[in-house]
Design a protein around this ligand. Structure first.
Ligand code: DSN
Length: 414
């Protein structure tokens, strides 16, 4: 389907057909997974560049292999662009993704068994914020804050109370399923009171922060981690930014403690993405993501769905299906049959388990990249409403999928 795959078509039909089928799936369905996006052709081209062939253990100017004049230049460029985009003192673009980035931060700043306080996974946090099945919950004394049961928003009195009780060495803010603005200053105030280092994990909202559609934590957090591929719309990868005082420890944790050679093709592609994210066009994109999420939330409410916190301030909506008496997994499977791709997700105080929770999570970063606007969101809400009303009716779901495909044909992929 694309030039980039034409050699694969000639040499490996089996893989080509899978690539081609995935291209068509992405084109013909509505992509609402909140952590996904469509990288630009330029980002994908850099990802496919010959930088993939190069080993570059170390950092620019101090590598363990020869032949680094262009890897040094491209890594310096990526870090410079990241620092200028976010206003950071130091950037490390080598982490392979978000979880390795967070692991490196733990390694750099903590001893095993130290106390960590993060948002609980069932309340919107992330596995690496101290959840019991992750390294962060196994090797550290991890504690969690929840959201308020009534408002479903972060309750800073409760965060303050638990922070003073457990006195964390590392406090983490940031989420993967929280639809509201995160008050980084309030977290910083509490971290200061208990003498904790503050990590802001902005993986989900990095594009909104870069585009000015969400407040930035950079002035108030000691360390900021993110992936590069969600709202930020770059290649798969991770990025750590920190105050200069932590730079050496962070760099040593990424390499040589935890990783070997960085993926220089991803580093080059991240540099391209940071360049794209510093444009006025990207500011408009970030603002439109939020407008679209709010329009989609309105549309879903008009179909009688209950939304956690009642709506959204960012790119993300969490639908509570409890009033419909259906599980999130059944809903996600039915929506997939209808051509609408989401993931099931726990909601705060969920009575169901994590594999079949009570909610579905929806995000607007990818559909906004395709050029869809508020009117398109109303149409998408109608598709979702119809699919959930016909959960067990495969014929209706198939008909909706055909309408979805027709709808998608007006919005080509980048
Ligand atoms: N898998 C990512 C997400 O979907 O939010 C987090 O790691």
């Amino acid at each position: 389907m694309t030039d980039a795959t034409s050699h694969v078509a000639q040499t490996d039909r089996e893989v080509f057909e899978l690539i081609d089928a995935e291209d068509r799936r992405q084109a013909n369905t509505i992509r609402l997974i909140a952590s996904e996006n469509y990288a630009s052709a330029a980002v994908r081209e850099a990802t496919a560049s010959r930088f993939t062939n190069k080993y570059s253990e170390g950092y620019p100017g101090r590598r363990y292999y020869q032949g680094q004049e262009y890897t040094d230049a491209v890594e310096n460029l990526a870090c410079q662009r990241a620092k200028s985009l976010f206003g950071a003192e130091h950037a490390n673009i080598q982490p392979y993704s978000g979880s390795p980035a967070n692991l490196a931060i733990y390694y750099a700043l903590l001893e095993l068994g130290d106390t960590v306080l993060g948002m609980g996974l069932p309340f919107g946090g992330h596995l690496t914020h101290g959840y019991k099945v992750s390294f962060s919950g196994r090797f550290y004394d991890s504690h969690h804050y929840a959201v308020d049961e009534e408002s479903e928003r972060i309750d800073f009195d409760a965060v303050r109370k638990i922070a003073h009780e457990v006195r964390p060495k590392l406090m983490i803010c940031g989420a993967s399923a929280y639809p509201r603005t995160i008050d980084f200053e309030a977290f910083a105030e509490i971290a200061e009171e208990v003498d904790a280092v503050l990590l802001a994990d902005i993986a989900h909202i990095a594009g909104l922060v870069a585009g000015g559609a969400h407040p930035s934590p950079i002035e108030v957090a000691d360390v900021v981690s993110t992936t590069t591929h969600k709202t930020l719309r770059g290649p798969r990868g991770g990025l750590i930014m920190c105050r200069q005082e932590h730079a050496k420890a962070i760099d040593r944790a990424v390499f040589p403690a935890l990783q070997g050679g960085p993926h220089m093709n991803a580093v080059a592609a991240a540099a391209v993405a940071f360049g794209e994210a510093s444009t006025d066009e990207f500011k408009d994109y970030a603002a439109q993501i939020v407008k679209n999420a709010q329009a989609l939330a309105e549309g879903l409410l008009s179909h009688g769905l209950r939304l956690v916190t009642g709506g959204t301030d960012n790119h993300l909506i969490l639908v509570d299906l409890t009033p419909r008496e259906i599980g999130g997994r059944d809903a996600a499977l039915a929506l997939e049959k209808a051509g609408v791709v989401v993931n099931s997700n726990s909601i705060p105080f969920d009575k169901r388990g994590p594999f079949d929770p009570s909610g579905v999570r929806i995000g607007t970063a990818a559909v906004t990249t395709r050029g869809m606007n508020e009117a398109a969101m109303t149409q998408i809400a109608d598709f979702i409403g119809q699919a959930l009303d016909n959960l067990d009716d495969d014929e209706s779901l198939h008909e909706i999928a055909q309408d979805v495909q027709q709808f998608c044909s007006d919005y080509p992929l980048p």
